[in-house]
Design a protein around this ligand. Structure first.
Ligand code: HGY
Ligand code: MN
Ligand code: MN
Ligand code: MN
Length: 428
């Protein structure tokens, strides 16, 4: 098995602890939010600057760089048996509004540094090593997370849906992609689909986005499964009217319907009886949004996840029932109840878990098996290749906010485990 592969390096792995943190800081300057927050949304000019930055570093690392129709970026180090399925790694550099500078970035810049460290140690890959910087891991612009990796995994429905998808400013997906230099010569996105067997393994390095590793003083998390995410878009519509003149019995307030549904989401989540069931109403917009005008339209978006898919689906059914009941009781119209995605969880590949455990042991790093409550591109890469994830601690588990932080030492540990794991998988 992979784990028995011993990697003989002419010099021990060493991580450049000066350059990597500087690169993380530099990449974070390509942002539409003031420091220390980062906002880098798909296909915006800041995203394009970030992409250029990554492609340049991939080139400097001696990788051959290519991009697909939606802007997934690939940097490849050819092995001495280049026709074998390659070993892939990677993550994302897009950042949701007012978030931090480590989510995703550690798995892209860290992967490039892992390749540099392997080169410096005299390693020669048998299977090629390929770094992927995935397009739009975050749902911010077009409402669907992991858009790039879903397409790589061959999501036919999504490829079709994207031809009719627009963002909040009514810009179509294809026009947005073209404004960033992609999807030039075609609108058939199936060219993005990867052939089965393209990769023999996919490994992603990521901050934990939770407090466990830091609290327990463990250096490395080895992910065994990724929770099942789902997202729902809901619109309520009422007749609105004057906040002073319309008496309460005459109202059908869309805003109150949305507020009641948000609380119903919390109730249905807690009813599941498991701490692994979570739910969030992260978007709640009232229209027209004037203090003295009764909301005639309310738009809310619900994110709910669980490591147990059945339990999560039960919550979704209850939310749908509540939306109908609330609409009836409040005499508003439930004009939209759309399940945007309802994905199964993913399990990590046994052999990949073993390789990561042995690499952590060889590096004398404490490590533990754990689940990922956040979703990642790995969730979809698991559909086309055995997958594994390496977690490193982050400050108080903070993520998706400017206080997100991972220490240089923790990042270096993660990069070393990634480098050694990639080397083992490449020689397997
Ligand atoms: O929301 C998530 O789980 C991921 O960080 N986009
Ligand atoms: Mn994220
Ligand atoms: Mn992420
Ligand atoms: Mn809507």
């Amino acid at each position: 098995t992979h784990s028995s592969i011993s990697v003989s390096l002419s010099v021990p792995l060493s991580i450049d602890n000066q350059t990597l943190p500087k690169q993380i800081d530099e990449l974070s300057t390509f942002s539409d939010a003031p420091d220390p927050a980062v906002t880098r949304v798909l296909y915006t000019d800041k995203d394009v600057l970030g992409r250029r930055y990554i492609k340049n570093l991939m080139g400097l690392a001696g990788l051959s760089v290519r991009e697909d129709a939606v802007g997934n970026i690939f940097g490849r180090w050819d092995g001495y048996e280049p026709d074998l399925p390659a070993v892939a790694t990677g993550s994302h550099i897009d950042a949701i509004p007012y978030s931090g500078k480590y989510d995703g970035v550690v798995g892209v810049l860290g992967a490039i540094e892992a390749i540099n460290a392997l080169r410096r140690s005299g390693f020669k890959p048998r299977r090629s090593l390929e770094i992927i910087s995935f397009t739009s891991e975050e749902p911010t612009r077009f409402g669907i997370g992991c858009l790039g990796s879903r397409l790589l995994a061959g999501d036919v429905t999504l490829a079709k849906a994207l031809k009719a998808t627009v963002d909040g400013q009514n810009i179509s997906f294809l026009d947005a992609a073209r404004s960033a230099g992609y999807a030039q010569d075609q609108d058939d996105l199936s060219s993005v689909f990867l052939k089965k067997g393209t990769y023999s393994a996919f490994v992603e390095l990521h901050i934990e986005q939770g407090p466990i590793l830091e609290e327990e003083g463990v250096a490395i998390g080895i992910v065994t499964a990724i929770a099942a995410p789902a997202s729902i878009k809901v619109d309520f519509e009422g007749s609105g009217g004057h906040a002073g003149a319309v008496l309460m019995p005459k109202r059908n307030d869309a805003g109150l319907a949305a507020a009641e549904l948000a609380l119903a989401v919390e109730r249905h989540i807690l009813e599941s009886g498991s701490l692994d069931t979570v739910g969030t109403v992260g978007i709640l917009e009232l229209h027209p949004g004037a203090i003295n005008s009764i909301p005639r339209k309310a738009h809310l978006e619900i994110d709910t996840r669980d490591i147990d898919e059945k339990r999560r689906n039960t919550v979704i059914e209850k939310i749908h029932q509540s939306a109908n009941t609330i609409a009836k009781n409040r005499r508003v119209n439930l004009s939209e109840f759309m399940i945007v995605n309802q994905d199964p969880p993913a399990l990590s590949g046994k052999s990949i878990i073993e390789a990561m455990e042995v690499a952590s042991k060889e590096l004398n790093l404490t490590h533990k098996l754990m689940i990922s409550r956040a979703y990642h591109d790995s969730l979809f890469m698991a559909r086309i290749s055995p997958m594994g994830m390496i977690f490193i601690p982050c400050y108080k588990g903070y993520s998706h906010k400017p206080e997100e932080y991972a220490s240089t030492e923790d990042i270096a540990n993660g990069v070393k485990v990634l480098a050694l794991t990639l080397a083992k998988l490449s020689l397997s």
